[in-house]
Design a protein around this ligand. Sequence first.
Ligand code: DX5
Ligand code: ZN
Length: 223
Amino acid sequence: MSFEIKIAPSILSADFARLGEQVVEATEAGAHYIHIDVMDGHFVPPITIGPVVVKAIRPLTKLPFDVHLMVEKPESQIEQFAEAGADIITVHAEVCPNLHQMVESIKRLNVRAGVSLNPATPLAIIEDVLANLDLVLVMTVNPGYAGQAFMEEVLDKIAHLRQILDDRGLKAELEVDGGITAQTAPKVVQSGAQVLVAGSAIFNRRESVGEAMARIRESIDKL
Ligand code: DX5
Ligand code: ZN
């Protein structure tokens, strides 16, 4: 592997009654990003985290906040999340008819720009903006809920995207999200993923955040 694999714990699975502590635990366990899942009840059924929560946890860690906007109208939200402390803002291609404009709006806020694709959304939709992106988030479940089963059929898309990025010498990070565990992490890494989002595999009742992160790390370190 020519690049360091990063782990981005998704706080959607955290114990919200002690969210701050869980952010600190993830930081101390060696996370690279804190992944924040924002859902608006429209793009996906649940409503989750707003800018006030992002702002509240911002002082607790120096790690970049990787904000995944699963919202129908990202254009009306990006500024508030940037002000609240987002370092990366990812929007869904499915709701952006003018992706170039969206990406430029994010960058104007001095935030890294990402675009996400649902499992059934083809890569072709982002090929023309790839050079402008800091991150591409390939969903390996349909967005909306933590704890869903990893969709093996997305592995081909990950490998294809890795090929395009490498062929064109592009710097966008390839992030995957959904069903990532110590069992599935090696598969996505071998297909070319660089940033692994994990929710229920990191925040759960079976083990500490540190133990969970170590298990995922071990599964990919031996590759
Ligand atoms: C799903 C979210 C994910 C979710 C991942 O819509 O975007 O980030 O928290 O949870 P797990 O890792 O449990 O699939
Ligand atoms: Zn996510």
